[in-house]
Design a protein around this ligand. Structure first.
Ligand SMILES: CC(C)(COP(=O)(O)OP(=O)(O)OC[C@H]1O[C@@H](n2cnc3c(N)ncnc32)[C@H](O)[C@@H]1OP(=O)(O)O)[C@@H](O)C(=O)NCCC(=O)NCCS
Length: 170
């Protein structure tokens, strides 16, 4: 997998305002108009993502993938919400998505964050370390399939006792 990434001459860098249009374009390709109706979008309306914790994959000057992290709290405990994660269709299946995920977790750990959650496909995220969170423990501001709420610990027992509504961090 690494050799594939090296062949592509990819760079992974922190998101800046210059990347915004390309990220929006990739999200539109990946998720379509339905993306605005998702519960995660309701969270991001109240708590914008943190560009310093978000990453883009760049190939020869073009953004080909993106992952965003948003600082929120659940029942007063600070956690990060991950998403959207998206890769341009023509660059899928080359390890870009899983590299963005791993690097986002590293950046989050480095700044002292303890846990990440997301709403996503188990089949993709569970082999990459995400685990289902206890039913009812994460209350999103809109309908969501609970089975898709997955969490990653960045510190030991970070999810222990975390329960409640997803809210802006104070
Ligand atoms: C999901 C996504 C980010 C993965 O990016 P990527 O760069 O192709 O991912 P990777 O190269 O790291 O991994 C690819 C592998 O994941 C698998 N995969 C991709 N999406 C999957 C899914 N929803 N469920 C299960 N497996 C999935 C691919 O089939 C591939 O498997 P393989 O390695 O056995 O061929 C990309 O497919 C995408 O942008 N999809 C549309 C948006 C989306 O669904 N985002 C995630 C939110 S749930």
């Amino acid at each position: 997998m690494l050799s594939t990434l090296q062949d592509l001459d990819l760079r992974f860098v922190a998101e800046t305002a210059d990347h915004a249009d390309a990220i929006e374009d990739i999200a539109a390709q990946a998720f379509g108009p339905g993306r605005f109706t998702r519960a995660a979008e309701r969270v991001r309306e109240r708590s914008p993502h943190d560009p310093a914790l978000s990453l883009v994959a760049i190939l020869r000057g073009e953004v080909v993938g993106s992952v965003r992290l948003t600082r929120v709290a659940i029942g007063g405990s600070p956690v990060l919400m991950l998403g959207p994660l998206a890769v341009r269709p023509s660059f899928k299946k080359r390890g870009i998505g899983r590299t963005l995920l791993a690097m986002a977790a590293d950046v989050a750990r480095e700044v002292g964050e303890r846990a990440i959650f997301l709403v996503g496909d188990r089949a993709y995220y569970m082999p990459l370390g995400y685990k289902p969170l206890p039913s009812g423990s994460v209350i999103m501001p809109g309908p969501v399939d609970e089975a898709r709420i997955l969490g990653l610990e960045l510190a030991p027992d970070a999810w222990s006792g975390v329960r409640g509504r997803v809210e802006p961090r104070r």
